[in-house]
Design a protein around this ligand. Structure first.
Ligand code: OFO
Length: 163
């Protein structure tokens, strides 16, 4: 059985993951409007992944006989300033999520809650991967984002992402 405090922060984390999904879906719609279908599709996959992250925590709480308290998901941004600013936003957002995951780990450590520590390890690795992926896209956009042909090729490449 996990503590009340861990239970509460994990419930908050479900909300954060679902919000991430909502935000990325909103970005996907914007990218589609710009005609960047590959980027839009990549972002939609990203949104799905976030929902999966939330569901994984949901299942963990249920398996631990803990309480699931679903909170309201806030409205995501829907006005953006171009593709580079979108990816910079994502990077900042993912850093926030990493800090939230580290907070879960910190509390679990304080409480010697090995089960939660073991569970949250997967998220720590996942965050490293997510930040790195987004940072790589930013670097490439900074290098040749103004070059329309390069952007077209990158859009084609991102369209290949599958679940
Ligand atoms: Fe769930 O990793 Fe992004 O937010």
């Amino acid at each position: 059985m996990i503590s009340e405090r861990i239970n509460e922060i994990l419930n908050e984390q479900i909300n954060k993951e679902f919000y991430s999904g909502y935000l990325y879906l909103s970005m996907s719609a914007y990218l589609k409007e710009l005609g960047l279908n590959g980027f839009a599709s990549w972002m939609k996959h990203q949104a799905r992944e976030e929902v999966e992250h939330g569901l994984k925590i949901f299942d963990y709480l249920i398996n631990c006989n803990s309480f699931v308290t679903l909170k309201q998901i806030r409205t995501p941004e829907f006005e953006f300033q171009g593709i580079l600013s979108i990816f910079n936003n994502i990077y900042e957002h993912e850093q926030c999520i990493t800090r939230a995951i580290m907070t879960v780990a910190k509390h679990a450590e304080e409480e010697c809650d090995r089960t939660t520590l073991n569970f949250i390890d997967w998220y720590i690795s996942e965050q490293v991967e997510e930040e790195e992926t987004v940072k790589n896209i930013i670097k490439r956009l900074e290098l040749f984002g103004d070059d329309k042909v390069a952007l077209y090729l990158m859009d084609k490449e991102l369209a290949e992402r599958t679940v």
